[in-house]
Design a protein around this ligand. Structure first.
Ligand code: ZN
Ligand code: ZN
Length: 159
């Protein structure tokens, strides 16, 4: 997917990428809620924008999450979708529970996490998260693709 101009933003909002997460990626706007930042971080993973993910970590977490490691993870996954389950936001901290679906090699994986966000210098930043374990599913070429397209895996996300 190279042209995102006319389709909905990958974060699942009804807006186009240009009117949604791109503004945050370009830095022309800042996230006004933790959920918005979370959505833009997911889209950055899907678009392999490791730098943005790094920059939106809380300062104390940046050293342990180098850009290269973020990029290696993003590049090894095919992201399918984001579902935001719940958001609780206070003045300067917030929690967002979400589920991200992606493929890693021939595994269909779901990351179910409750993330913590804090405000630093007035900007929302990702601090850390509590992960709820979800079993990975091994997908064979002739299985129906777990992304929900109705196609066989080999004709869909098996790249
Ligand atoms: Zn978006
Ligand atoms: Zn698929």
């Amino acid at each position: 997917m190279t042209s995102l101009t006319n389709s909905n933003c990958l974060c699942g909002n009804q807006y186009s990428y240009q009117d949604c997460c791109q503004k945050l990626h370009l830095g022309t706007e800042q996230a006004t809620t933790a959920e918005q930042l979370m959505r833009s971080r997911y889209v950055a993973y899907a678009l392999k924008n490791a730098k943005y993910i790094y920059q939106t970590y809380a300062q104390e977490k940046q050293a342990e999450n180098p850009v290269k490691e973020i990029a290696d993870f993003a590049n090894s996954c095919r992201f399918i979708k984001l579902a935001v389950i719940n958001t609780e936001q206070q003045q300067s901290n917030a929690e967002v529970e979400f589920c991200v679906s992606y493929f890693y090699q021939s595994l269909f994986c779901q990351l179910h996490e409750r993330s913590s966000f804090i405000k630093e210098d007035g900007q929302w930043r990702y601090l850390d998260g509590e992960i709820f374990p979800v079993a990975d599913i091994k997908v064979s070429r002739n299985d129906e693709c777990p992304c929900g397209s109705g196609k066989k895996y080999k004709k869909c996300h098996n790249v």
